[in-house]
Design a protein around this ligand. Structure first.
Ligand code: PLP
Ligand code: COI
Length: 339
């Protein structure tokens, strides 16, 4: 298979149309078989549930070329399960987890020419999503749904790759205490657009959201969970019912403990503690681990260093990407090879 003629090393995090996407329709209470199609466009009714009441959720995962030339995906079963949780919360029909994983593999295989080569720094980003496609005018769930997965080759989420970024403590909240912060609903991202544009206009790369009830605890950013490193090399991550359970973060906690022998803590993290940490990173599929060099909390600046990724963050990054790219042996079940 010949790779596409793409300048892999200079890709940003942007959409490039690829050849095949998976589509399955839910009608009369059941999913159809689903198929790979070439048309990237969707035609739907003007009153579709997704267009009126934002009934949609999504996932994000990547396919990688390993050192020995295989194409693999990383823990797609966890994305499948998280989408089940999102669908239940949004009154959408569940797409079976085993079929989700199969469809991911089909899409990767069909677009193998777009999987960036080993060592290019790029990956194939996969975007599974579902939406209410039939008309609804009263506020209620749609009767019909579409589940799709497309693929697009991507580079780093933050410009500059591993360069530390600057974030601000947000005055706008992301998720209510008993709301939808723990699922991957499109509405969580729609509400963050105003705030991310405002942050960028003011020179910040991202927003640090706090717990809306007390505004004293760290939650996450618009698209990644936080990791902090203490002076004595402990890895700390915020615990909250209103943040997205990041697969990258859950994997990094295992990497920290089992591969690097570090102590890990998932607990409430107070804004007042930020100054006591020595490293901070954002972790997610898109972000991988992006080092945070500075947090601006209104008048106060908390600096972790704008030059390089901190040493523990670097070890976590190297081990995780080593596992994903086949240089380091993965825990059982983490890597699924596309045959
Ligand atoms: N938090 C939010 C709000 C996200 O959108 C994402 C991205 O999926 C993450 C965290 C990271 O999750 P994961 O590591 O599963 O990609
Ligand atoms: C991801 O990391 O996959 C995400 O979905 C984050 C972002 C692009 C919203």
């Amino acid at each position: 298979m010949e790779k596409k003629n793409i300048d892999w090393s200079n890709l940003g995090f942007a959409y490039i149309e690829t050849e095949k996407r998976f589509v399955s329709n839910y009608k009369d209470g059941a999913w159809d078989e689903g198929a790979l199609v070439t048309d990237a466009n969707i035609v739907m009714n003007e009153c579709a549930g997704v267009l009126q009441y934002a009934q949609t959720c999504f996932e994000g995962l990547k396919a990688y070329t390993t050192e020995d030339g295989k194409i693999v995906t990383f823990r797609p079963d966890l994305n499948a399960q998280r989408m089940v949780d999102s669908c239940k919360r949004l009154e959408m029909p569940v797409f079976p987890a085993d079929k989700f994983v199969e469809a991911v593999k089909e899409v990767v295989k069909a677009n193998a020419a777009y999987v960036p080569p080993y060592g290019s720094g790029a990956t194939l980003y996969l975007r599974p999503y579902m939406f209410g496609s039939s008309p609804v005018i009263g506020v209620k769930p749609a009767d019909e749904y579409q589940f799709r997965i497309f693929a697009t080759p991507v580079g780093p989420y933050f410009k500059g790759g591993a360069k530390p970024i600057t974030i601000r403590v947000s005055d706008v909240d992301r998720a209510a205490p008993n709301g939808t912060g723990h699922i991957k609903a499109g509405l969580n991202y729609a509400m963050s657009l105003y705030n991310i544009v405002d942050a960028h206009n003011k020179g910040f790369d991202e927003n640090m959201y706090l717990d809306p009830a007390t505004r004293t605890k760290v939650e996450e950013t618009g698209g990644a969970n936080f990791l902090f490193i203490t002076k004595d090399n402990k890895v700390v991550t915020p615990k909250s019912g209103s943040i997205l359970p990041s697969i990258t973060r859950r994997s990094l906690m295992v990497v920290a403990e089992k591969y690097l022998g570090l102590e890990v803590e998932e607990r409430e993290v107070y804004v007042d503690e930020l100054k006591d940490f020595v490293e901070c990173g954002l972790c997610g599929t898109a972000a991988v681990i992006s080092p945070v060099g500075k947090i601006v909390n209104h008048g106060e600046e908390i600096c972790y260093g704008m030059e390089d990724m901190g040493p523990i963050t670097k070890k976590l990054y190297d081990t995780l990407t080593g596992i994903q790219m086949g240089r380091i042996e993965a825990p059982e079940g983490w890597i699924q090879v596309i045959e």
